[in-house]
Design a protein around this ligand. Sequence first.
Ligand code: GSH
Length: 213
Amino acid sequence: MMKLYGFPVSNYYNMVKLALLEKGFEFEEVTTRPSQDEDYLVKSPMGKIPCLEVAEGPLSETGVILDFLDDVSSDIRFYPDDPYQKAKVKELMKSTELYLELVARRLYPAAFFGEALAEALKAEVRQQLQRGSAALNKLLKFGPYAAGQNYTYADIVLYYTVTLGELATQKALGLSLKDQIPGLEDWIRLMEQNSFVQRVNADREKAMAAMMG
Ligand SMILES: N[C@@H](CCC(=O)N[C@@H](CS)C(=O)NCC(=O)O)C(=O)O
């Protein structure tokens, strides 16, 4: 059985967990914090979570894991078959990660761990989030899903990016991603009707409460 290493508060972990659930794979969750222990670095060379251990060995990097899961799923696929449409989904995933996730992540120490946040960093992150949101607005379809009619990996990546990101931007900057990205709020409601999303989120709430408490 596959083993998913990580922690249910992590947005990247939850992306892989949701993909595994959607695709009907059996997997065991192994609660793991990011670690520089040699035992873990063998599986995930940067020590980051998530890591997925499959029959052939370990895999790190969320995008790589998601690609692998689509390659080994015969029926449920989250990339379109058409090469251009597939590239458009990947463009949306990459833009979400580079221009929202990695930017909002700079607020996490202040938003979640009470660290100080310099005014200069606040201004820089705010400006980058506005630029990133404007770029995403050019790509997002919300028709009703992120890349159009079909539910794709772009939805999975965007959902866990903006839901954790929103907590951070609200808390650290008083900025809502929902105000920056028209249609985001309705799409989040749509995503939250999905029973697998509800299951991942219930685990996330429990882990978040334990972490904050
Ligand atoms: N590029 C990695 C990013 C994963 C990542 O940043 N995970 C965080 C937890 S959400 C982590 O392990 N952080 C610890 C670290 O950066 O050392 C991926 O796509 O999986």
